[in-house]
Design a protein around this ligand. Structure first.
Ligand SMILES: NC(=O)c1ccc[n+]([C@@H]2O[C@H](COP(=O)([O-])OP(=O)(O)OC[C@H]3O[C@@H](n4cnc5c(N)ncnc54)[C@H](OP(=O)(O)O)[C@@H]3O)[C@@H](O)[C@H]2O)c1
Length: 294
């Protein structure tokens, strides 16, 4: 398996950085693409909305496995920019799927728990009906339909990614820590529940699924189901801050614009049966802290 070429599409994103690093560590020949290309990097710039550019990339690289880490992910931005959101998250994925089909390559694609409505206490399985409630979610659900038509695909659904690649990253954990450092009192919603996933676990699951020659849709989430507020409190405690600075607020009181799925409990049995494990929040934050301090 490691002699096969793996293309990591958008390898400088939050998850893409971790995925590229892990597949390299596992001995694969990894070819990264970037959009836009950071300074000092020779190749490959790849805009997934450009099918000709994707075809040229395939001619040069002949990847056996394509791991798509690209997307537009800002949920509120997508709500106001439907066309741009669908251009990347749906048309871009159609282009990658087309090129994979033409070249018999496997497509590994990341999707989201946001494809569900979030109105149930019963953990969602991989087979449950998709009922997206906002524009970003609709684009992710459409992309799933496109990828699922391929013969050789993996879709990994995940949510609320946290983790560490390099200093200066901006995400929920760094936002919470920054506010705490500044001694600010700030609000976090206490009525949106999910199972935050550590990027290390999601990247490892992608490797394990590829290594097992698996196909299909898989749920890869952390093992703890909690509110965003409780997650923020756990971050404060893990880093030695006073959680009293964090104010529980409702979604209605928050500045969030797009409708959110409120309750996203996830059934992890399919991945667990394959021996794929993920951690809970305390273990995840302990690892993250160790990586940040290293
Ligand atoms: N983050 C989460 O909590 C979360 C939760 C569930 C699912 N996911 C899924 O996980 C995947 C990775 O997310 P992430 O958090 O790593 O996102 P990210 O950090 O925003 O990375 C996405 C990458 O895609 C790039 N991109 C945007 N438009 C592109 C285009 N036209 N062509 C090629 N690349 C393009 C972005 O570049 P720019 O930065 O320059 O725009 C960025 O490097 C996505 O499919 C996302 O939907 C994420």
């Amino acid at each position: 398996m490691p002699e096969e070429t793996v293309a990591v599409i958008s390898a400088s994103g939050f998850l893409g950085t971790k995925v590229s690093r892990l597949f390299k560590e596992k001995g694969f020949k990894v070819v990264d693409t970037f959009f836009p290309k950071p300074e000092g990097i020779e190749e490959f710039e790849l805009d997934i909305t450009d099918l000709d550019a994707i075809r040229t990339f395939f001619e040069k690289v002949s990847p056996a496995i394509v791991i798509n880490c690209s997307a537009v992910t800002a949920v509120d931005w997508c709500e106001e920019h439907r066309e741009e959101c669908f251009k990347v998250n749906v048309s871009g994925v159609e282009n990658l799927a087309e090129a994979c089909k033409e070249n018999n390559a496997k497509l590994v694609h990341f999707s989201s728990a946001f494809v569900f409505s979030g109105r149930t206490e019963k953990p969602y399985t991989e087979e449950d009906e998709l009922k997206p409630v906002n524009t970003y979610s609709k684009s992710k659900a459409e992309a799933e339909k496109v990828v699922s038509k391929l013969e050789n695909f993996i879709i990994i659904r995940t949510t609320d990614l946290y983790g560490f690649n390099k200093p200066g990253e901006k995400n929920f954990v760094t936002w919470v820590l920054q506010n705490l450092k500044e001694g600010k009192r700030f609000g976090v919603v206490n009525d949106q529940f999910s199972q935050p996933a550590l990027i290390d676990d999601v990247a490892k699951a992608a490797f394990e699924l590829v290594d097992l020659y698996e196909k299909g849709i898989f749920h890869i989430f952390g093992t703890d189901y909690l509110s965003k507020y409780d997650f923020a409190v756990k971050i404060a405690l893990a880093f030695g801050f006073d959680p009293k600075l964090i104010k529980p607020i409702s979604t209605a009181e928050s500045p969030l614009k797009a409708t959110r799925p409120m309750k996203l409990p996830m059934n992890l049995e399919k991945a667990t049966r394959l021996g794929i494990k993920t951690v809970g929040i305390d273990a995840g934050l302990a690892l993250l802290k160790k990586q940040m301090q290293a």
